[in-house]
Design a protein around this ligand. Structure first.
Ligand code: GLN
Length: 538
């Protein structure tokens, strides 16, 4: 039978609850348990696909083409798994399903209410994940902060679940903040006390407290939290700031978190081995030579918008025994002040990530032109692929007025056009070309050298593509389309053989990068940047 760990959050959002959840999963998996993890997002959106990165950070794309919260990235990276759409429960999804049932008359004349109908639907969807995947432990992270009105039905449903399944089968872990007062250096427990009180008010007594703090939790702070929150001292875990997030499982397990969870859930460990992970972490923590990569984007002051790109760069750099330093470049500023392009000269590689819409696009194109003309390693992803084609069309193939129809619907040369199957689509949510699609790579190309295979599966999220009409002209001007999909109809990778390293992908390789298994495209790019650095220094 599956056991459940419910992770709630207290005091404020953005505490790193997703990382904590993923780390708990890793700790338990290292004990030989089969782990599954799902996320509850209490907002009314059906999925986060249409949410602005300013509000929500990046959108993660699962293998099965679901647009998910960025915490899915933490889960997949830490646990090296591939999750599916059913692992995300939102208020929107729950209500949609309840209202559809109501319209079908399935409630047989009853008054449909939050309790029991909405709470039953929440429990049903959670139990269904456990039924399908049958893990030893299903970890359920609840987004938002305790006390938010919209998370109430979820907390109520999980309180009921604990009552129905028993304390030994459902465990509550509360992730909270213990701030340090700068002037006196004192760790303050009051916010945590209040948020635990809030939880208790709805009938949930947390079993374990995970405290986010700047410095390790002091013994007296631990004692105080234990006393006021009614949690045993050993169950108050310090999750203090660390330089590298992959260290979090080690920090928490060293305080006995794994043992106490097993004990409370009445589980036996099958092995106990975090040693491999510990070796990996100690290797990546050692000071290293730096390589600088410029990311030219639209949300560069909000790093959560590009979290998977940055992680993928780090994974690649670690593999090559380097540390990556990011130079954030705001594309719109490049448009207004072209002299800022010179800033790019301090980077050994230039990356243009995925994006949407016209704002900043010309700045990105200018950065791509800079990379191409100055022979600086370039990696373009999705929008960064499409804009590389636009730049090449304009400045090399001499197709004056070339553009993407996303940016200029009346472009003289629409080298990037709407995908044919996207015509006529009116509903925006979940309707892009999404998820893992088979990509065929042409032998003898750089892409082939990078992957060492002729067929790979990569994740997608787009509505536009290279306009097939222009392929002959672009190719005869020297651009190589080295990978395709859908029987050769869609262009997936482009590269410039005459350049030091210029490669762009229509898909998003960052979603398949793992800390110990970097995505090949990122590895090749960072490797090129390191070689560029050596070339410049010699
Ligand atoms: N806006 C482009 C498209 O829809 C690129 C999307 C992306 O970068 N994810 O095709």
């Amino acid at each position: 039978m599956t056991k459940y760990i419910i992770v709630t959050g207290g005091v404020l959002s953005g505490l790193g609850k997703g990382v904590t959840t993923a780390a708990i999963g890793l700790i338990l998996r290292s004990r030989g348990l089969r782990i599954d993890v799902c996320k509850i997002d209490p907002y009314l959106n059906v999925d986060p696909g249409l949410m602005n990165p300013f509000q929500h950070g990046e959108v993660w794309v699962t293998k099965d083409g679901y647009e998910a919260d960025l915490d899915f990235g933490h889960y997949e990276r830490f646990l090296d798994v591939e999750l599916t759409r059913d692992h995300n429960i939102t208020t929107g999804k729950i209500y949609l399903s309840v209202l559809e049932k109501e319209r079908r008359g399935e409630y047989l004349g009853q008054t449909v209410q939050i309790i029991p109908h909405v709470t039953d639907e929440i429990k049903r969807q959670i139990l269904e994940i456990a039924r399908i995947n049958n893990p030893d432990v299903l970890i359920v992270e609840i987004g938002g902060t305790t006390g938010d009105i919209e998370s109430m039905p979820f907390l109520e449903a999980l309180r009921q679940l604990r009552m129905e399944l028993g304390k030994e089968n459902v465990l509550f872990i509360h992730v909270t903040l213990v701030p340090t007062l700068e002037t006196v250096g004192e760790q303050k427990t009051k916010p945590t006390q209040h948020s635990v009180k809030e939880l208790r008010g709805i009938g949930i007594q947390p079993d374990i407290l995970v405290c986010r703090t700047r410095d390790p939790l002091l013994e007296e702070t631990r004692a105080k939290l234990s006393l006021f929150c009614d949690v045993a001292k050993r169950d108050v875990i310090s999750n203090h700031d660390v330089k590298i997030i992959y260290e979090v499982p080690l920090v928490m397990d060293a305080q006995g978190l794994g043992d106490t969870i097993l004990e409370k859930l009445n589980l036996r460990e099958r092995r106990h081995d975090l040693r491999d992970w510990a070796r990996f972490v100690s290797r990546i923590k050692k000071p290293k030579e730096k390589v600088t990569i410029a990311i030219v984007g639209k949300y560069t002051h909000l790093h959560d918008s590009y979290i998977s790109i940055v992680e993928a760069l780090k994974h690649a750099a670690w593999k090559l025994n380097h540390e990556v330093e990011i130079l954030w470049v705001e594309a719109e500023e490049l448009e207004e002040e072209p002299s800022l392009l010179e800033e790019l000269s301090s980077a050994e590689g230039i990356l243009v990530p995925g994006g949407f819409g016209a704002r900043g696009a010309e700045g990105k194109i200018a950065a791509i032109r800079y990379a191409r003309e100055k022979d600086v390693p370039y990696l373009g992803i999705c929008f960064g692929f499409q804009l590389a084609v636009v730049e090449f069309a304009r400045n090399v193939a001499k197709l004056e007025g070339a553009n993407s129809v996303e940016l200029d619907p009346k472009a003289k040369h629409p080298v990037i056009d709407l995908l044919p199957e996207q015509r006529g689509i009116e509903q925006l949510g979940g309707t892009m070309r999404l998820g893992e699609i088979k990509v065929s790579i042409k032998p003898g190309t750089k892409a082939h050298e990078i992957y060492g295979r002729t067929e790979v599966g990569e994740r997608h999220r787009h509505r536009y593509e290279v306009n097939p009409v222009y392929i002959p002209q672009l190719e005869s001007a020297g651009l190589v389309f080295s990978a395709t999909s859908d029987g050769g109809r869609r262009m997936e990778i482009c590269e410039l053989p005459s350049h030091f390293h210029f490669l762009a992908t229509q898909f998003h390789p960052e979603f398949k990068s793992r800390p110990r298994r970097p995505a090949p495209v990122f590895l090749a790019f960072v490797d090129a940047a390191i070689r560029k650095k050596a070339q410049r220094e010699s």
